[in-house]
Design a protein around this ligand. Structure first.
Ligand code: AFP
Length: 331
């Protein structure tokens, strides 16, 4: 029997690849794994426990209804970061403003984490896969002080690590530190993540397109032409591609990462800047896509080069197999 590698063993073995190999980032990744296990456990209980299932009653900063699990996940990750000692501040899709941790230990943390605690949360009540997405940066403010807005508003190219946790038919944690992409599946019986998807590569081309086709009439002509191409016999496969849209970005992305495909959410009249958030969703997934050989743009520009001006900034998002994204952009 071949030896199983736990996430912890993998992180320790790879520590030398990190740009700042002091063990801090390793500890931070382990904190994320711990929070992911807690949230995974809560997600698995969602259908059973009345007080977890259903709306919390409040709205988040985007005006969207907050589900209880959104709040549970947000708090679990914030607690892990605040107690871990490596993080001086966070920004989360669920909170209006960023949070600078106040303790002396936290002020000495060298990292900030930006995250979407529960992406696809409108799918919770219908038992569809949801996920956590995270992005890690080195702070630019001086160590020993409070985290600042500038720490949060760095371009995606500055990410030192990014990843996601998909709470699907199994729970999988996928991450990159800029040296390829690896995936770890949670064994719930013993609460351990094991390396299950080493050195993930996104196929250069694919035959799956993921788009909310209800918005089709609002797409600009180049994109409409691309969707027609996907649905025609004129593409490289000689038959229509498969349309697959879960409505949970993490789940759609994960499938396309493995099988090859493209996810598109352009700017539309109902979401004039795009629907997805640059800092919490697009940057981390763009980093992973590129590390796996894929591509991510806003339809014109590389996502990782966009300089953010606001915490909750939204952008159009084209992500997936390189050749498909290029074609969708009309290149
Ligand atoms: P929620 O977290 O509010 O469910 O939003 C999910 C999401 O950000 C992304 O995961 C989906 O792909 C996208 O929005 C779905 O948006 P539409 O419902 O407009 O297709």
């Amino acid at each position: 029997m071949s030896k199983l590698t736990t996430l912890h063993e993998f992180i320790v073995a790879k520590q030398k690849d990190f740009p700042f190999a002091s063990g801090e980032l390793s500890r931070l990744l382990n904190d994320i794994a711990l929070a992911a296990k807690i949230v995974s456990n809560d997600v698995r209980k969602a259908g059973l426990v009345d007080h977890i299932l259903g709306a919390q009653g409040g709205q988040n900063v985007q005006g969207e209804e907050q589900q209880k699990l959104d709040v549970v996940a947000d708090e679990a990750f914030i607690r892990a970061f605040e107690n871990g000692g490596e993080v001086c501040g966070i920004a989360s899709e669920e909170n209006d403003d960023f949070l600078a941790f106040q303790s002396d230990t936290a002020k000495k943390g060298n990292y900030v984490v930006l995250f979407d605690p529960l992406d696809g949360s409108s799918n919770i009540d219908v038992n569809v896969s949801i996920g956590t997405i995270f992005s890690i940066y080195r702070r630019i403010s001086p160590n020993g002080t409070l985290a600042t807005l500038d720490d949060m508003l760095q371009s995606g190219e500055q990410q030192v690590a990014a990843g996601y946790v998909l709470y699907g038919s199994s729970t999988i944690l996928v991450y990159t530190t800029g040296n390829g992409v690896n995936g770890f599946t949670l064994d719930p019986a013993i609460g351990e993540f094991f390396l299950s998807h080493p050195e993930m590569r996104m196929p250069e081309n694919g035959r799956i397109y993921s788009v909310n086709e209800g918005n089709l009439n609002d797409f600009e002509p180049t994109l409409r032409a691309y969707i027609s191409y996907c649905q025609s016999n004129e593409n490289q496969t000689g038959k229509p591609y498969s349309g697959r849209y879960i409505g949970s970005l993490v789940a759609d992305f994960h499938r396309n990462l493995i099988k090859g495909g493209i996810y598109i959410y352009p700017a539309v009249p109902s979401a004039p800047q795009g629907r997805l958030r640059l800092l919490y969703e697009c940057n981390p997934l763009a980093f992973i896509a590129e590390q796996a050989g894929g591509l991510a743009t806003d339809g014109k520009n590389r996502i990782l080069e966009i300089k953010p001006s606001q915490l909750h900034q939204r952008v159009g998002f084209y992500i997936g197999s390189k050749q498909m994204v290029e074609k969708a952009m009309g290149l």
